[in-house]
Write a protein that binds this ligand. Structure first.
Ligand code: 3NM
Length: 217
């Protein structure tokens, strides 16, 4: 099983999630102590083709300088081409079984789940972790589902045993303790870090809060 500490502060970023240089934002977040990174180049103004690939290569390099695993959202071909450390897929993307067939056995493979049924399915399919959400409403994902709250997260935790879980969607610093208590191993964040004027200090504070909770147990 994956080291669940990796999910503590799981930062996700695409070039359209910030007005700043995405490489600057990523490096600040890495300095602040993010534990896992996902490149998610989606939505209005997203890069494609060679531009997307070049940005991914630079981000992977940065992550590795800080010993943080680099995952790619959805685009398994790109992930393979640039030798990422794993992939994250949504419910509409390639299935976990299909992904497992074509990626190295040591890759992290995560899947999004918004309800108990999807979560149990992901566990049975052999996902390393699930991204559970949206917990709260979010402006970052245009087609986000209805928020499930900490209660929805708790229901999923009660049904998947010790499967590693990261909470996602609208998460701010003040939510961390509630979500860790509801059964999350960590929090996944875009805008609370990417839109902050000081991504390093926000990332560091997320780390402190999640770490405090894991030490409390
Ligand atoms: N996936 P922010 S919510 C990428 O529910 C993503 O699966 C979600 O961004 C899901 O931290 C979401 O800015 C957006 O709310 C997360």
């Amino acid at each position: 099983m994956m080291k669940r500490d990796l999910l503590q502060v799981y930062f996700i970023l695409g070039s359209n999630n910030t007005e700043q240089d995405p490489l600057y934002v990523l490096e600040e977040a890495l300095k602040g102590g993010i534990t896992l990174f996902q490149f998610r180049e989606k939505g209005h103004g997203a890069l494609a083709g060679e531009d997307k690939k070049q940005l991914a290569i630079k981000m992977k390099k940065l992550c590795h300088q800080y010993d943080v695993p680099f995952l790619v959202n959805d685009d398994v071909d790109l992930a393979l081409e640039i030798e990422a450390d794993g992939v994250h897929v949504g419910q509409e993307d390639m299935s976990i079984q299909e992904v497992r067939k074509i990626v190295p056995s040591d890759w992290l493979v995560g899947v999004s789940s918004t309800n108990v049924q999807e979560a149990v399915q992901a566990k049975n399919d052999g996902a390393d972790y699930i991204g559970v959400g949206p917990i709260f409403s979010t402006d970052t994902k245009a087609d986000a589902k209805k928020p499930i709250g900490a209660k929805g997260l708790q229901e999923i935790r009660d049904r998947v045993g010790d499967l590693p879980i990261v909470a996602i969607g609208g998460i701010q610093l003040g939510h961390v303790i509630e979500l860790m208590r509801a059964g999350a191993d960590g929090v996944s964040i875009i805008s609370a870090i990417s839109l902050s004027p000081n991504p390093e200090s926000v990332a560091a504070t997320f780390y402190m809060h999640t770490n405090y909770f894991s030490k409390e147990q």
